[in-house]
Structure formats: structure tokens, C-alpha cells
Design a protein around this ligand. Structure first.
Ligand code: ATP
Ligand code: ZN
Length: 225
């Protein structure tokens, strides 16, 4: 059985959010004992465990109440929320602080030779993405039909590979798009990392620990401003 008395925080194991997530928790005074590839890292000076997982798993772990806190990109969070809502599943969580890292945008991009006149130019076209629900919301609001091509990686090569007419992917500097002969046309969602918490009550000890952690986190964030 897992020890339910310790506060469980889900963070990305490896990727764009993992270093900043660890740095933030360390700046809050947590002494993290992280050994190699292990799924769980214990905090030595507080009853806290870190769960190191893929970022895509973090919203679900919070919405299912398996972890107490999570650090995740709003893009992944919103996609999971829309997916669960469509399936009629519970999707509760409590948004806490927005964090000052992981900034990016989910954008449409087309081949630089595509005669793009606005989203209507993509009517009936195939669009490759890892975020089908966010993409669908954007086009549904405009009443435009499209075909989705779901890829969990290498989205930017889909047009050149003949798999899609356009892409909807995360962009920060735009260098990856440019390197693949694509131009960004529309921003459909702006994202940054966020701290989230499961819904429902915590016991008194966990709540006190959470309050202390949040106060420290606010201090850390303010000191950086
Ligand atoms: P995992 O193996 O955990 O599933 P991943 O490959 O899906 O990792 P990363 O590329 O590490 O994910 O990105 C994690 C998050 O970082 C994204 O969901 C997004 O919130 C944020 N991010 C910031 N800038 C970018 C960018 N330029 N491209 C992709 N993600 C970015
Ligand atoms: Zn991921």
C-alpha cells in the first residue's frame, strides 16, 4: 500500500518542465533525495514524496485524486479536461499558482508555400496534432470542419511527410517551425506551467503542510519578480 500520510506531488520526470519544477521545490526548502530513474523521490525534511512521471499523466493523477499536487503545462491540463468532459468523466482539480516557466503557445502552422487566408483555408484539410481537443474547440467555435491526424511526437514533419496539410503544435521561439519550412498562422492557446491540486479535503497535517508550501512558493516567486 502507498503511504497516504505523505503529501504526494507529481512532477515531470524528464523534459522541459522537470528542472524548473525541481528548482522551485528546492527553493521552497525541500531537500529532495532523487536517485537516478526512480519513480518516487522522497523529501528528507518534510513528509512529502515526489512522483516523477510523464507530463501527460499529471492531470489525470490529480483528477483521479492519486496525487495531491502537480506541476504541469496548462496545455496538457486543458486537453485532459476537454477529453474527460467529452467522455462524461469527472475532471475536477483546483488551479493554484501560475508558475514563471514553461511558457509556450499552441499554434497552427502551414507550409511556407501554402496560400493561407485564415482558418477557413484549412476547411476539409488534415491537421496533425498532439492536442486534438484544443484544436477541435478552436475550429468548432468557427464552424469549420477539418480532419485531425493524431501524432504524439514529430508533428512538425507531418506536412513534409505527406501526412497532413497543416499542424497544430507547441511553439516557443519558432525555430523548429522555421527549420521545417513552416510558418505560424494562428495562436490557438497560450500556456505556462501551473501548480494544481486535487479537489476534496486534505487531513489537517497535509493541509498545514500545503499552506506552508504555498506561502513559501509565493515568497520564491515574488523574490524573482
Ligand atoms: P514527456 O516525456 O513527459 O511526455 P514531452 O515530450 O511531452 O515529455 P516536453 O517537450 O518536455 O514534453 O514539454 C513539456 C511541456 O513544456 C509542454 O507540455 C509545454 O507545457 C511546455 N513547453 C514549453 N515550451 C515548449 C516548446 N517549445 N515545445 C514543447 N513544449 C513546451
Ligand atoms: Zn508529454
Amino acid at each position: 500500500m502507498t503511504d497516504n500520510t505523505r503529501l504526494r506531488i507529481a512532477i515531470q520526470k524528464k523534459g522541459r518542465l522537470s528542472d524548473e519544477s525541481k528548482k522551485l521545490l528546492k527553493a521552497c526548502g525541500l531537500k529532495i533525495n532523487m536517485k537516478g530513474e526512480s519513480l518516487i523521490a522522497h523529501v528528507e525534511n518534510a513528509p512529502i514524496d515526489l512522483l516523477r512521471v510523464r507530463d501527460d499523466d499529471i492531470p489525470g493523477l490529480i483528477m483521479d485524486g492519486v496525487c495531491d499536487l502537480g506541476v504541469v503545462g496548462e496545455n496538457v491540463l486543458e486537453e485532459e479536461l476537454l477529453t474527460r468532459q467529452r467522455a462524461g468523466e469527472a475532471a475536477d482539480y483546483v488551479p493554484l499558482q501560475k508558475l514563471d516557466f514553461g511558457g509556450c503557445r499552441l499554434s497552427l502552422a502551414v507550409d511556407k508555400d501554402f496560400d493561407y487566408q485564415g482558418p477557413q483555408s484549412l476547411a476539409g484539410k488534415r491537421i496533425a496534432t498532439t492536442y486534438p481537443e484544443l484544436l477541435r474547440r478552436f475550429f468548432d467555435e468557427k464552424g469549420i470542419e477539418f480532419d485531425a491526424c493524431l501524432l504524439s511526437g514529430s508533428v512538425e514533419v507531418a506536412p513534409r511527410a505527406g501526412l497532413a496539410d497543416a499542424i497544430c503544435d507547441l511553439v516557443s521561439t519558432g525555430a523548429t517551425l522555421e527549420a521545417n519550412g513552416l510558418v505560424e498562422t494562428d495562436v490557438i492557446y497560450r500556456s505556462q506551467a501551473r501548480l494544481i491540486r486535487r479537489s476534496g479535503d486534505f487531513n489537517a497535517e497535509k493541509q498545514a503542510l500545503l499552506d506552508k508550501l504555498l506561502t513559501r512558493m509565493q515568497g520564491v516567486m515574488q523574490a524573482k519578480e
